[in-house]
Design a protein. Structure first.
Length: 500
């Protein structure tokens, strides 16, 4: 367990905030906001065929209904996190929720493909303001063991929201229609906006707008937009094409200039000191790798259930119910494990179990059954991914100063979103290449399933690599603890969560 030196002046422990009605409502509001942004990463996917027919989308433009949201979400997360630190966390949080539900309404009322894509781009921007502000509000609203528990529940929303998106997408697309996959955001968003002002403390504006690192914001946002756009388009235009290589090179150049700018500016958008905190860098690397494997689970498994096993959209959505329920049930236990052992050991165990579930899916047969070939994997994925989510959120925000809470939240959210884009782009290309290699007359389904299996196997490798970074996190924190001049031995240590 990660420890710090206790002193005689340490304040006495206070009662549990989570045992109070106010504390529970704060957690519910902030987790509700995170649920919204994760839900929208998957809920639209099941409704894409209906959307294509209704708004006359071309095959090439249809992908932007999903990837447009991911593009602006990933691109503006760091800006949203820093704006929350400088301009007021509650202010940015409320602005993000308002933008998100307004764009949801516009998307649901869309009468053309361009209008829907534009709404999804604005939705992503709203999510990029809302998500890091919510996480930073959570980290400063709770202390000690309550903070660890709250972060655990918040972290589990990643898996629950993704599974719920597939489930609700199937229910809504098969029932009231595709527009309701967007309208469903509005009542929850309004409830959050009504509840937040009375629960989440506001802060006076301690910084001026001109203190925001505008050059850094343009540089990192441009770099992330180019990177995610290039990853999204690469499977269609070719990974080795001049266009793709140029986009990646430009993104790398902008990121390099951004790092130079951050080292020199007085009010950095992403203070480089953040990366010197023990375990923060490896935790964000684990977030990148784990989320590279998460979204493909929903994408490829949905295709397998509907295209190979012949499930309807509704039945396909219901097939993910055990995953969503498992994440919700496992979340309290995952939080207790992280509180007891610290985020580093659980960051090893969680992704390893997740990788085992993905490896199980890499054996999917053409004539498979849900009970034998899918359900056992979903159980392992629920347990492993949930523990990984909780550990990553704790490790990436542990020890971060209050003044940088927003940027730390923006950073870990950025790694998750970029990881999702990287994973889906890479694994889609892998699956397509494998399918082409296996293609033969009369064996089209075998070739398609072979592509899915290869994608799941590579995804298992991503999750296993996240576990290795968990091991590096333990090493980093042990070296830091040993080098500390205040280290007085085991008897003088208390868990970080209890010393907060």
């Amino acid at each position: 367990m990660t420890t710090v030196t206790a002193t005689a002046a340490s304040p006495p422990a206070t009662g549990s905030q989570l045992s109070t009605r106010r504390g529970l409502l704060i957690l519910l509001v902030l987790c509700g906001a995170q649920f919204l942004v994760v839900l929208d990463a998957t809920i639209v996917n099941v409704a894409l065929p209906s959307i294509q027919r209704a708004l006359a989308f071309t095959e090439q433009n249809l992908q932007w209904v999903a990837s447009g949201y991911a593009l602006t979400f990933a691109g503006f997360l760091l800006l949203g996190g820093r704006a929350a630190d400088l301009l007021g966390r509650r202010r940015i949080f409320m602005f993000g929720v308002l933008l998100f539900i307004t764009a949801s309404l516009a998307g649901g009322l869309s009468t053309s493909s361009g209008m829907l894509i534009g709404a999804r781009l604005v939705q992503g921007l709203g999510g990029a303001m809302m998500s890091p502000a919510a996480l930073s509000l959570l980290t400063i609203s709770f202390q000690g063991a309550d903070r660890a528990k709250a972060l655990g529940i918040y972290g589990s929303i990643g898996g629950a929201g993704g599974a719920a998106g597939v489930l609700f997408g199937g229910l809504l697309a098969s029932g009231p229609g595709w527009r309701w996959v967007l309208f469903v955001n509005i009542p929850l968003g309004i409830a959050i906006m009504l509840a937040a002002p009375g629960l989440v403390s506001g802060s006076r504006q301690v910084s001026r707008l001109r203190d925001l690192d505008v050059p850094g914001a343009f540089l990192v946002t441009g770099a992330l937009l180019l990177l995610v756009y290039g990853l999204t388009r690469a499977p269609d235009v070719g990974w080795g094409s001049a266009r793709t290589v140029g986009e990646f090179a430009a993104a790398a150049a902008l990121l390099a200039i951004f790092v130079i700018n951050e080292a020199r500016t007085a009010h950095a958008l992403l203070p480089l000191r953040t990366f010197r905190l023990p375990g923060v860098t490896t935790a964000n690397g684990a977030a990148l790798l784990q989320f590279s494997a998460v979204i493909p689970v929903f994408f490829f498994l949905t295709l397998y259930l509907q295209q190979v096993l012949g499930y309807s959209a509704l039945r396909g959505g219901l097939a993910f119910l055990p995953l969503a329920a498992g994440v919700i049930v496992i979340a309290p236990a995952a939080s207790r494990l992280v509180s007891r052992f610290g985020p580093a050991p659980t960051l090893i165990a969680g992704p390893l179990v997740f990788a085992t579930g993905l490896a199980y899916l890499s054996r999917l047969p053409v004539h498979g059954t849900y009970l034998n070939d899918v359900l056992p994997a979903l159980a392992m994925i629920a347990a492993g991914a949930d523990l990984g989510f909780v550990s990553i959120i704790n490790a990436a925000t542990q020890g971060v100063p209050r003044s940088d809470a927003g940027v730390a939240a923006g950073l870990v959210n950025t790694m998750q979103r970029v990881g999702s884009s990287v994973g889906l782009a890479v694994l889609t290309a892998v699956a397509a290449a494998r399918t082409r290699a296996l293609a033969a007359p009369g064996h089209q389904v075998t070739a398609v399933v072979g592509g899915f299996d290869r994608a799941f196997l590579i995804a298992a490798g991503f999750a296993a690599a996240a576990s290795i970074l968990g091991l590096a996190t333990i090493g980093t924190r042990r070296r830091t603890s040993a080098a500390s001049p205040d280290n007085q031995g085991p008897a003088a240590r208390v868990p970080v969560a209890d010393a907060a």
